[in-house]
Design a protein around this ligand. Structure first.
Ligand SMILES: C[S@@+](CC[C@H](N)C(=O)[O-])C[C@H]1O[C@@H](n2cnc3c(N)ncnc32)[C@H](O)[C@@H]1O
Length: 206
């Protein structure tokens, strides 16, 4: 009995520490790029894949956000990716972001079904939901036309060190190539982003 209590306490402590680590996490490279290049205007943004809301909170903390749309269905994904004890992300995110409630809209849908819920003239989109090639490709196709010229489209996990099939690299490379856009990549967890209208740099891009 005592052992079980200790285990529970330990888990709770680890979850809290992880949460603190995430919120003290310096903002990710794409967000840093936006902060230093676009922050003089109030921004309309989208995060796809919100989970417990830690990264959304960082976005709201560091960027000049007018409104942030947060897309996450909070369904099947959790059941195969996360263990049961982490399964209250929907509650966590709404609690964590409560103080920003006037600036955020949760959309409890899959990204590819959320197009109609979004305004036109979006300044940035951060993709961190389903990382399969087919899905990321589709998300890019749906959201890019809704973005302003100079808007930033990108996301997380431009990397191959996971056992789950990550198609981010292929989708991002194909997109930047097709549109002749410079592809920015940074950070140890692989942020990637393209700027609408920012053409490839000769001698840098493939
Ligand atoms: C890696 S987590 C997101 C982490 C979050 N961006 C952060 O850094 O704090 C992935 C999330 O994407 C969501 N997700 C999975 N498939 C999705 C889809 N098709 N559309 C939107 N969200 C999706 C999952 O429910 C999960 O909460």
């Amino acid at each position: 009995m005592q052992k079980r209590m200790m285990k529970k306490k330990f888990k709770k402590k680890m979850t809290r520490l992880y949460d603190e680590y995430l919120s003290s996490d310096p903002y990710r490279p794409m967000i840093e790029y936006i902060k230093y290049n676009m922050n003089d205007k109030p921004l309309i943004g989208v995060e796809v894949g919100v989970s417990g809301g830690s990264h959304a909170r960082n976005i709201l903390k560091h960027l000049n956000v007018k409104h942030l749309y947060l897309i996450d269905p909070y369904d099947e994904f959790e059941s195969y990716y996360f263990k049961k004890e982490y399964n209250n992300f929907k509650e966590q995110s709404s609690k964590k972001l409560h103080r920003h409630r006037d600036k955020i809209t949760f959309i409890y849908k899959r990204s590819v079904d959320a197009k109609e819920d979004l305004p036109d003239a979006i300044d940035f989109v951060y993709l961190d939901g389903d990382h399969s090639y087919e899905n990321v490709k589709k998300e890019i196709e749906l959201f890019y036309p809704k973005m302003v010229e100079g808007g930033v489209l990108g996301g997380h996990d431009f990397r191959t060190d996971r056992s789950t099939p990550f198609g981010v690299i292929q989708a991002a490379l194909e997109f930047s190539d097709k549109k002749n856009l410079h592809l920015w990549v940074g950070g140890n967890k692989g942020d990637w982003w393209c700027i609408k209208g920012d053409k490839k740099i000769k001698g840098v891009d493939p």
